[in-house]
Design a protein around this ligand. Structure first.
Ligand code: ADP
Ligand code: MG
Length: 450
């Protein structure tokens, strides 16, 4: 096996450049320094543990394959931290987005173009499912750093978290044109951090993120298990928090349920307000469809909107997708959509939705498990409080998560519909008052859906 590690690595890395996308290559591979190739082991040097861990977890096999091919025989790759990164060609360094010059203040008038202008408070339909989250965002936008800090918004996919986050950003900018706002996903934050490590531009990275007025980090669950990143974010958080700057974070679950998130971050995320966006009820779904079609020249009949909203319940993005599908059909064919046609056009989406549909039996099972009672107790005539309460919660969830009417739900619990209505109102009243109970119900909802 040829032992010249420099030339083997040059061949291997040329091959990697072809198979990996450009960003990945620049970020992770370009800075690798070949160290030695001996006895079938190729040592590759990187600057720190963050790189070696990430490469070993994500790119070990593809790098190993490239090195083996280049070396003409099987090679095992090991990453070693503590080495100077390989020099980047000057042209690349100049092009690297993280090291590029920060726009001057006047250029930041362009800032608003970074946001999706449709994601505004004006376009956001408020329903029972999101009214708390919406109120919190709107309060924060009026008074960044003062109302709730940090604000933590969590909930399932396609329920409006990103929409709310960008609404805050645009609302703040509309009041204060020069406000410094950074909006990015936690993955982008990670990438910028990595670029900072690689290019030795961490001071600049820190200077940017520790001096904003509002920091918006979307989908923070990506921080899971990335210790050094969490460490960095911890300091960013503290700097901003101490300077009374606003931090808003979104995630698919509440802070304490994010696995692999350091305790000190969990507790900081809980310092302010954590609020959930839930799935919308039928009324809200129809309102959203009406709102979305208000901007369109094509109009779809209301009964078709009800039809869509009746089927697509769990994800607003999908709901929107269905509407767009019908609208484009109408504008292409110039024929109105009938119920039959809508059914045909939307079949794939309806199937997808149906596979995630929730049954009353499932609700009974999950609630029974959660409160440690028997599933049979859900339908039994027994009335002790320890059973009656979970049963009420299950009825409430059946009303919320399925489109079954109260008589139908009653049948499945062997109760009449008045009992179901009573359960729904008393659970709803308790939810208004008790934050802890709200959390429990939110956890149940997620368990039911998964
Ligand atoms: P998430 O970030 O929670 O996955 P998004 O914010 O990307 O969800 O929302 C998905 C889509 O649904 C977006 O197009 C958004 O505009 C729309 N949407 C979500 N909630 C609402 C709402 N309450 N009113 C209007 N549109 C909404
Ligand atoms: Mg999102």
């Amino acid at each position: 096996m040829p032992g010249d590690v420099t030339s083997v690595w040059a061949t291997a890395s040329a091959r990697l450049q072809q198979v990996l996308n450009e960003d990945t290559f620049e970020r992770w591979i370009a800075g690798i320094r070949p160290l030695s190739l001996q006895g079938g082991v190729c040592r590759l040097g990187v600057s720190n543990d963050m790189f070696s861990d990430w490469l070993a977890t994500n790119y070990q096999s593809v790098i190993q394959e490239a090195v083996s091919l280049a070396a003409g025989g099987p090679a095992k790759v090991v990453f070693e931290s503590g080495h100077e990164p390989a020099d980047l060609p000057a042209s690349q360094a100049a092009l690297s987005p993280a090291t590029g010059p920060r726009p001057a203040a006047d250029e930041r008038d362009e800032a608003s173009s970074r946001f999706n202008r449709h994601y505004s408070f004006d376009n956001f339909v408020i329903g029972e499912n999101n009214k708390f989250a919406h109120a919190a965002c709107s309060a924060v936008a009026k008074n960044p750093g003062k109302a709730y800090n940090p604000l933590f918004i969590y909930g399932g996919t396609g329920l409006g978290k990103t929409h709310l986050l960008q609404s805050v950003a645009q609302d703040v900018l509309s009041r204060r044109k020069r406000a410094r706002i950074e909006y990015l996903t936690s993955e982008e934050f990670f990438n910028r951090f990595i670029d900072g490590l690689r290019d030795k531009s961490l001071p600049k990275f820190r200077q940017i993120f520790r001096n904003v007025d509002v920091l918006l980090i979307d989908d923070v669950h990506f921080f899971t298990g990335k210790e050094q990143l969490q460490e960095e974010f911890f300091h960013t958080f503290n700097a901003l928090y101490n300077a009374h700057k606003q931090i808003i974070i979104t995630s698919d679950r509440p802070p304490h349920e994010i696995k692999g998130l350091e305790k000190r971050l969990v507790s900081r995320f809980e310092w302010g307000l954590a609020t959930e966006v839930q799935s919308p009820d039928l009324e809200t779904r129809v309102a959203i469809l009406r709102r979305k079609q208000a901007d369109q020249s094509v109009k779809i009949d209301d009964d078709i909107l009800f039809f869509i909203a009746g089927y697509i319940k769990s994800n607003i993005r999908r709901l929107e997708g269905a509407l767009i599908r019908l609208i484009s059909h109408v504008s292409l064919t110039q024929t109105p959509v009938t119920r039959e046609l809508a059914e045909k056009l939307l079949q794939p989406m309806l199937d997808e939705e149906a596979s995630g549909a929730v049954s009353i039996e499932r609700i009974q099972k999950v609630v029974a498990e959660y409160y440690d009672v028997r599933v049979a107790d859900m339908t039994s005539k027994a009335r002790p409080a320890n059973i009656a309460f979970p049963r009420q919660v299950a009825m409430y969830l059946a009303r919320r998560l399925t489109d079954c009417s109260s008589p139908v739900i009653g049948e499945q619990f062997r109760r009449n519909h008045a009992t179901v209505l009573h359960a729904v109102t008393s659970v709803a009243a308790r939810l208004e008052k008790e934050a802890e109970f709200r959390q429990a119900v939110a956890i149940l909802e997620r368990k039911i859906r998964n």
